[in-house]
Design a protein around this ligand. Sequence first.
Ligand SMILES: Nc1ncnc2c1ncn2[C@@H]1O[C@H](COP(=O)(O)OP(=O)(O)OP(=O)(O)O)[C@@H](O)[C@H]1O
Ligand SMILES: [Mg+2]
Length: 290
Amino acid sequence: MTQAPLRDPALTLVARATPPAPKPSAERKEPIIELSHAGVTFETRKGEALTALEDLNLTIYREEIVSLVGPSGCGKSTALRILAGLQPLSSGDFWIGGGKTRQGFSEVAIVFQRPTLLPWRNVLDNVLYPARVLRGRATKEDKARALELLELVGLAEMAKRMPHELSGGMQQRASIARSLILDPKILLMDEPFGALDALTREDLQLDLLEIHARTKKTILLVTHSISEAVLLSDRVAVMSARPGRLQDLIEVDIPKPRGPESGALPAFHEYSRRIRDDIFGPRKRREVQA
Ligand SMILES: Nc1ncnc2c1ncn2[C@@H]1O[C@H](COP(=O)(O)OP(=O)(O)OP(=O)(O)O)[C@@H](O)[C@H]1O
Ligand SMILES: [Mg+2]
């Protein structure tokens, strides 16, 4: 993997309200992730077969944000683990990085629900940790990049603090910065905001949109929040209950840049309703007695 430049213009922080206009969708039609008939079957402790994923087909294009939503246990985390190289397939195939290859494997970073920072290292050292593991030590360039990333996620002042001195939201920001230190092309995020309070969550959602506008990472995000999926995504992949398959794939045609005001658009409610109906089925109208 090539060394990240000392000053990455993509990381230059500008006002949240003015991200550059997104590329037209036709320009981002270069596949970077493909799952083809992907299936995963586990063996339970009792020796029974448990099919977590079955015949999952999904193509994700460069620079997209795609959300995976679906009922608990439908295989969302399993799908992410496949792409991170942590879970072998039982059937089907997948490719990552473009073409029918897995050359992009080393360019994947993953962010979990919990920040998983090393408690005995300060924030800067935590962000640098993947670089240390990869190269044996952090270079000057790594340090400069780590400081830029901390600025990007709003933690410039916290570089020397220890993790326990940070709020949950700050810790998650630090772990997002850490995920970007090796300049991955693909960010896999498994309910990254699931453990945060509602206000912090909203803040981080907007931060993620800004990070995406600056860095152009391809992001595959697992979330249980329908509104989060609609706000953040170019497309939302809805999975069926286990064994997970693709049930619906929705292109979210809501103008960018998006922000809190996007939630007031009629289209936002339409997309949310479609996803909810996909997951729960159309709710029966309740008769209300006067
Ligand atoms: N290592 C494992 N061994 C056995 N079964 C597993 C293993 N990992 C996951 N499973 C099962 O596979 C299914 C899918 O799990 P997965 O964690 O992918 O679901 P999920 O969609 O991420 O759920 P949630 O929304 O609750 O996080 C579940 O039924 C789970 O119990
Ligand atoms: Mg999960």
